[in-house]
Design a protein around this ligand. Structure first.
Ligand code: NAG
Ligand code: NAG
Ligand code: NAG
Ligand code: MG
Length: 259
């Protein structure tokens, strides 16, 4: 297994760098996840326990994935489990959405975060250690500016069904206003064809946490008469704070933490 992982990863990276996003997503199933966290302890925790603690927001404010969990997180992200966990989230969101009595005035909203929610930066993180390497904004922005991030397939499915139920979609992202055009293009390319608003982080929010910025933007939506029925993101900062919406849904993301 130790030898196989780098080989399979190398194969996937070739696809990721030379092929289309569709090919990349098809290849995501090629790796088998390592159940039990690969048996690698992190200060007494298995990597699986570390990931569960991260997802449950018991471990917070962490900077990078522990080096010992790089293989584990890589297998998780590229294997079946990330897909299955994302699907479980989306399935619950859909059951809830289908139960809603909408106002019929076009003011019922669903808020989506973008990175690791609407779009997937997995091709980037697969090349950069699955969160083991410290965040490098220069390199990450080059990737974003390419506009080639694929959709997270489960979120794209949720998006389509929410629209057909009559909900409006608003994207609230920590991406800066300067990335509006490339983000718009990328969303279209990935299959997101319509939305009520695309809210990017204006420079006036510099120094604000994601929790503060997103709460403030959601408050303005509610002030404009919108009702936030649902809210989905991969970070707790997408769904904590104020005006979070009647229900929130947390997608998995063991690669990075944003407060
Ligand atoms: C980010 O990556 C670039 C290109 O590899 C490198 O020159 C730069 O030093 C990195 N920045 C940080 C903060 O590591
Ligand atoms: C973004 O797109 C709009 C309309 O397509 C264009 O007018 C504007 O110059 C673009 N902005 C940047 C920063 O490229
Ligand atoms: C959200 O919850 C409030 C208070 O319980 C309720 O009045 C409202 O109808 C709910 N909105 C939606 C969109 O479900
Ligand atoms: Mg995100």
């Amino acid at each position: 297994m130790r030898l196989l992982f780098p080989l399979l990863l190398a194969a996937i990276l070739v696809v990721a760098t030379t092929g289309s996003e569709e090919e990349f997503l098809n290849q995501i199933h090629a790796l088998q996840p390592r159940y039990g966290g690969g048996g690698t302890p992190v200060q007494g925790l298995s990597c699986l326990s570390w990931r569960l603690s991260v997802e449950a927001h018991n471990i917070i404010d962490w900077k990078t994935v522990p080096q010992a969990c790089k293989d584990y997180v890589g297998h998780y992200m590229l294997g079946h489990q990330y897909r299955k966990d994302s699907e479980a989230v989306v399935d619950e969101a859909l059951v809830y959405a289908q139960s809603l009595q909408l106002g019929g005035d076009g003011k019922d909203l669903w808020v989506f975060d973008i990175d690791e929610t609407t779009l997937s930066n997995l091709p980037y993180y697969a090349k950069h250690g699955f969160g083991v390497e410290p965040y490098n904004s220069t390199l990450f922005n080059l990737w974003v500016d390419d506009g080639k991030a694929p959709a997270l397939p489960e979120s794209l499915k949720l998006y389509g069904k929410l629209l057909s139920l009559g909900l409006k979609v608003v994207f609230i992202t920590g991406r800066p206003e300067s990335q509006r055009n490339v983000t718009t293009k990328n969303l279209h390319k990935a299959g997101y064809h319509t939305w009520e608003k695309l809210i990017l982080k204006e420079s006036s929010y510099t120094g604000y946490t994601a929790v503060a910025y997103k709460s403030s933007e959601r408050k303005m939506l509610e002030k404009d008469g919108y009702r936030i029925a649902g809210n989905i993101g991969d970070q707790w900062s997408d769904i904590l704070g104020t005006y979070v919406g009647n229900r929130t849904f947390k997608l998995p993301d063991p690669m990075y933490y944003i407060s």
